[in-house]
Design a protein around this ligand. Sequence first.
Ligand SMILES: CC(C)(COP(=O)(O)OP(=O)(O)OC[C@H]1O[C@@H](n2cnc3c(N)ncnc32)[C@H](O)[C@@H]1OP(=O)(O)O)[C@@H](O)C(=O)NCCC(=O)NCCS
Length: 169
Amino acid sequence: MPFQLETSRLRLVPLSAVNGPDLAAVYSDPDVARHIGAERLTFDETVAQVGRFVEVWQKWGYGQAAVIEKATNAFIGRVGLHPWTDWNEVELGWVIARSHQRKGFATEAGRVWIDWASEHLPDDYLISVIHPDNTASISTAIKLGFDFARDDETPWNPVVVYRRRLGAH
Ligand SMILES: CC(C)(COP(=O)(O)OP(=O)(O)OC[C@H]1O[C@@H](n2cnc3c(N)ncnc32)[C@H](O)[C@@H]1OP(=O)(O)O)[C@@H](O)C(=O)NCCC(=O)NCCS
């Protein structure tokens, strides 16, 4: 049975090469791109990023999911897990198309991933790695039960790291 997660409004399936153009369209909005460094990504680089997400699925058995709105069958973003191997932590990350923001979709997709991770990962918690100015993402993390854990840095920028215990609802 292929990997799939489902919520009342959404279907989440592993992001794959077919989603490259969909994701590039989502990233083409500067308000979506600016906190995730995607304004630096050309179309081809976005397609290459999707290739790296596919490799994560192959290696780890989890990854970024294409978020499909059941009512329309539209691709509305990506939500899923990513391993930060240097930190030995797993991130839950989210990107939702501007047209579909503020409708609870990131929260809905995030919740089903937290349930999945509670059941299938050995980790005690998930992290969310967020640009300090990204209030929408910080609010989403808090709504999903994450708490501030630390200030940190990625190779690209300073970040705040939020943490959510697994298994706790
Ligand atoms: C962050 C993001 C994924 C949130 O997606 P979303 O589907 O709109 O989120 P939700 O509708 O589930 O909202 C969750 C909470 O976040 C807060 N929130 C969401 N968007 C917000 C905004 N633009 N401004 C302020 N708060 C916001 C609200 O508190 C909201 O809860 P509420 O509507 O009950 O008050 C979306 O804004 C996005 O894709 N941003 C660009 C990419 C990005 O920054 N990704 C995260 C990288 S760390």
